[in-house]
Design a protein around this ligand. Structure first.
Ligand code: FES
Ligand code: FE2
Length: 394
């Protein structure tokens, strides 16, 4: 009798045990062994443009606040009061000259220093030292305008962690003034890895009505765009040749108004940074996805649309329309992906079919599974678990 628990007769790298997406112990370990150890994208630096601009975020389940100081430096701290551990900043984003904890009103400067203790005389007897009670700092750094934090002191510097893949997007992201023109977030009923997987895996372009008409790797048997694999589980695809997406065929006339520096009209470049950042550039817009794992089957995803800051209003309108028709919450592409991964996770969680097949080999054509395999191999390396047999010891 055919069993859904029979491992496929494939090399071990070419299939996954689906319990990496559903097992609660694996989910908890990921927070410690991945999310607490790597550099994680938080926001674009234009979202912290002025001194005092701040933004809060959940990082490996811990509350963090990022703020631009009066010296122009963006810093990050755990958003937890040193008095009795209440959250200090309770808004998602804003501008402040200082932070005041709402519970007993202790205050902190934008540099994290504890600047005020209410009714301080009560601590005279014990000589409480305010200078030692600043907010706990978190490593924070930027690359090409993207702001990252890292909870571990041992992890390599951001530039080394990201590595040379960033060179492919330095010009469009890092040489002109960009700002966020679209933002939305939603909780998906799926494991966080499935969203990054979907953002990396091009074989499912067949799902998308629009991609079947517009994407070079679907229209042609092979595509001049190739997958590119890098250290630390990062990957991407772009073309040095003249490979463009035929947006016109999908009804997106003039989809390239306001093209970013270094990009060709209708060019597409995608890079996927391990574990949870996608940078997807479509000539004039950049889509950034960030994931916050909540439970094995629940993930908060944030979507940002970035574009040139100084464009005429007509270009801005056109760009927003194109962005949202394709990638907005009710757009043609994004909504189909959400339906796919939520249905996939729910079906996976029944444990009827235990294994997923990642066995396409196509000489790094975008529908090759090589990038997705590399992603899960990196996951396995960091977790000390084989993705094809994660619950087997030894
Ligand atoms: S917990 Fe913050 S002031 Fe008391
Ligand atoms: Fe998709």
């Amino acid at each position: 009798m055919i069993s859904g628990y029979e491992p496929p007769a494939l090399p071990e790298t070419h299939y996954l045990d689906n319990r990496i997406f559903t097992d609660a112990a694996i989910f908890a370990q990921e927070q410690k062994d991945i999310y607490e150890r790597v550099w994680l994208f938080i926001c674009h630096e234009s979202e912290l443009a002025a001194p005092g601009d701040f933004r809060t975020a959940s990082v490996a389940g811990k509350p963090v606040v990022l703020v631009r100081g009066t010296d122009g430096v963006i810093r990050a701290f755990y958003n937890v009061c040193r008095h009795r551990a209440a959250p200090v900043v309770r808004e998602e984003a804003g501008n402040a000259t200082e932070f005041q904890c709402f519970y007993h009103l202790w205050t902190y400067g934008l540099d994290g220093a504890c600047t005020g203790i209410t009714k301080p005389g009560g601590y005279d007897a014990v000589q409480l030292d305010r200078s030692k009670l600043g907010l706990i700092p978190v490593r924070c750094d930027s690359i090409a305008g993207l702001v990252f934090v890292c909870l571990s002191e041992e992890t390599e510097p951001l530039e080394d962690y990201i590595g040379p893949i960033i060179d492919s997007v330095r010009e469009p992201l890092g040489t002109a003034s960009l700002s966020v023109f679209h933002y939305n977030k939603a909780e998906l009923g799926a494991n966080w890895k499935l969203w990054q997987d979907n953002n990396s895996e091009r074989y499912h372009s067949l799902l998308h009505f629009i991609n079947r008409k517009t994407q070079p790797w679907v229209i042609a048997k092979t595509s001049p765009m190739k997958l590119r694999l890098f250290d630390n589980g990062h990957s991407g695809y772009w073309s040095d040749a003249d490979a463009t997406v035929t947006y016109d065929a999908g009804g997106y006339k003039d989809a390239s108004v306001g093209t970013l520096p270094g990009m060709r009209d209708n060019e597409m470049r995608v890079i996927n940074i391990f574990p949870d950042l996608m940078i997807n550039i479509r000539a004039n817009v950049v889509r950034l996805d960030r994931m916050v794992p909540i439970a094995p089957g629940k993930t908060l995803v944030e979507w940002r649309g970035l574009g040139l800051t100084d464009v005429p209003e007509a270009v801005e309108k056109d760009r927003l329309r194109h962005h949202n028709m394709f990638w907005g919450p009710a757009g043609r592409n994004l909504g189909e992906d959400v339906i796919a991964v939520e249905a996939q996770w729910a079906s996976m969680a029944t444990d009827v079919v235990r294994y997923s097949i990642l066995a396409r080999e196509e000489d790094l054509n975008p529908t090759d599974d090589a990038n997705v395999r590399a992603y899960y191999q990196e996951w396995g390396r960091r977790m000390g678990r084989a993705p094809h047999a994660p619950l087997n010891s030894g």
